[in-house]
Structure formats: structure tokens, C-alpha cells
Design a protein around this ligand. Structure first.
Ligand code: ADP
Ligand code: MG
Length: 290
């Protein structure tokens, strides 16, 4: 495309809430055939809310939540915020956590009131040598909830479950993107059952779940090796490596700074309609010069 047509497209993009970094991003997006989308914060609102606390055995529901929330005060993860807010809404008094540690893509651990507390997914439990109970957890995941286990002094004390609604615009935007020639893949650090439940509501059939931030970048690299031209859309710190590895990285403007820095396209409003606009704009710009 000519510098003039690129400038014009960049201006129109900005007006529509799509920030285009350079000619490469604009031209590259017309060639993309595969779009990978992160789940949390990209397809979903990204503000999970606590929906259930299920104690194990003789444990007390509020006590399980109180210990979990006391620990999560040290985490900046959206899941942590949901748990802390949920505990505060119940009027629970949180304690100070010591020896706090976050395990990326797994959960958090530390000491609360002298007790060893850990909170996270099945990988977290497996690291602790504990088997994850599945019955309650799977039923909730099948509803699209994200389940985290609470471990106190080496044994599972219960689970906490959060839900993050799908953005109102996601389903229609995905349909439009499909019609604009893109194959859609969902990539998420979340559990496979939860991912399947959310994907099902959106008509996505290609899902990569339980993936680490590095895995997301590896998925991008593998698809490129297979000859695909790949865009990756995400909002989080954990998406930054994949955004950088993609032919075109797409950041939600509402997301982390490092995601935006790694992106060729930034969506100011943070919903997928921005990707639809960007695709139309880049196809139109490229059509004009041929
Ligand atoms: P996503 O790709 O959905 O943003 P992450 O890679 O950040 O996911 O996390 C993957 C999983 O690790 C979460 O679904 C959760 O089960 C667990 N996890 C990560 N951080 C925390 C935390 N602070 N507290 C509890 N669980 C966590
Ligand atoms: Mg995300």
C-alpha cells in the first residue's frame, strides 16, 4: 500500500478505536488466516466474580474463603481480586499472609495465621503431591466456572469457584471474523472443561486449554511453521510472548501495558468488534493497491 493509503487507513482506524502501529501491522493483517484469541479478558469481560465456596469435610465455608482471600491479597491476578472481593462482601476479616509466593499459571501459596495455605488449579495441587477432587469441580467447570482448590496444612479444605461472563459482543464478532476468512482458535490457561463450556457458547471448536504463557507463544510458532499466517489477540501479561511471536499481535486497550507494547494493533474499546473493523480496513487497503 502507498504511504498515503496507509495514513488514511490509520486515521480511519483511530476514529473507530483501532490503533494501528505501522504499515506492517495493517498490511500483515490482510494476509492473516488464523486468529488465536485468549479467553479471560478477551472473550470474557475479565472481571470474574466469586460464585461459590464449597468446603471439604468438616471445614467451615467462611473460614476456607477467609484463608484463601487472606493469601490472595498478595496477588494481582483477576482471580485473586474476585476472591478478595467475595470475602469482603461477606464481611470476613482478612489476616496478614507471610511467605507469599505466586506460581504463574498455577496459583499462590504462603502462611496465614501459622497455617500453610495454598490456592490454585490441579497443577498447583500436583506440585504439592495432592490429588485434585473432581466431582464438584467438573460440574462447575461444565458451567464455564473457574475452580480453584484451597489447601490448608497439606490437605484440600475446599474449593472456591468464580465466573467471568462472556462479553455481549464476542459471539457476533467471532461470526463476522469467520466470514472474513479467519480460522479461530481459543487459547487459555484455564481448565479444559471450563474452556470448552465457554467456547461452546461462542461456536469455537478449536481449543487449547491449560496452556502457560510460553505455550501460547509455542502454539503461534507451530502454526506459523505449518504455513499459517497468525494473529493473536490478548489482554494480559501472560499473552505478551504470544502477541510478540504472532505475525500480528492484537492487544485489548483495557489490558496490560506489556501486552499493548507487544502489539501491532490495539483495540481501544477492548471488544472483538475492533478486530472486525481492523480486518475490513486492512482488506480494503490492500485491495486498493492491487
Ligand atoms: P488465563 O490464561 O486464563 O489468564 P493464567 O495462566 O493466568 O490464566 O492462570 C491459569 C490458571 O492458574 C487459572 O485458571 C487458575 O486456576 C490458576 N491461577 C493463576 N493465578 C492464580 C491465583 N492468583 N490464584 C488462584 N489460582 C490462580
Ligand atoms: Mg486474558
Amino acid at each position: 500500500a502507498t504511504p498515503m493509503s496507509i495514513m488514511a487507513a490509520t486515521g480511519r482506524g483511530a476514529q473507530a478505536g483501532v490503533l494501528i502501529r505501522d504499515a506492517e501491522a495493517l498490511e500483515g493483517f490482510a494476509r492473516v488466516d488464523t486468529l488465536i484469541v485468549d479467553k479471560t479478558g478477551t472473550l470474557t469481560i475479565g472481571k470474574p466474580e466469586l460464585v461459590a465456596v464449597v468446603p471439604e469435610g468438616a471445614h467451615d465455608e467462611d473460614e476456607v474463603l477467609r484463608l484463601a482471600a487472606s493469601l490472595e491479597r498478595g496477588s494481582e491476578h483477576p482471580l485473586a481480586e474476585a476472591i478478595v472481593k467475595g470475602a469482603e462482601a461477606r464481611g470476613l476479616e482478612l489476616a496478614k499472609a507471610e511467605d507469599f509466593e505466586a506460581a504463574t499459571g498455577k496459583g499462590v501459596s504462603g502462611r496465614v495465621e501459622g497455617r500453610a495455605v495454598a490456592l490454585g488449579n490441579a497443577k498447583m495441587l500436583s506440585d504439592l503431591g495432592i490429588a485434585a477432587p473432581t466431582d464438584d469441580a467438573d460440574a462447575r467447570r461444565d458451567q464455564g466456572e473457574t475452580v480453584m482448590f484451597v489447601v490448608v496444612d497439606g490437605a484440600v479444605a475446599g474449593l472456591v469457584s468464580v465466573a467471568d461472563p462472556v462479553k455481549e459482543t464476542s459471539a457476533d464478532a467471532l461470526k463476522a471474523l469467520h466470514e472474513l476468512g479467519l480460522r479461530i482458535i481459543m487459547a487459555t490457561g484455564d481448565n479444559a472443561r471450563t474452556a470448552r463450556a465457554i467456547a461452546g457458547r461462542l461456536g469455537i471448536d478449536d481449543i487449547r486449554a491449560d496452556v502457560s504463557p510460553e505455550d501460547k507463544a509455542t502454539i503461534v510458532a507451530e502454526l506459523k511453521r505449518e504455513g499459517r499466517t497468525v494473529a493473536m489477540a490478548g489482554d494480559g501479561v501472560n499473552d505478551a510472548p504470544a502477541l510478540a511471536a504472532a505475525d500480528v499481535g492484537i492487544a485489548m486497550g483495557t489490558g496490560a501495558d506489556v501486552a499493548i507494547e507487544s502489539a501491532g494493533l490495539t483495540l481501544v474499546k477492548g471488544d472483538l468488534n475492533g478486530i472486525v473493523r481492523a480486518r475490513r480496513l486492512s482488506l480494503a487497503t490492500m485491495a486498493n493497491i492491487r
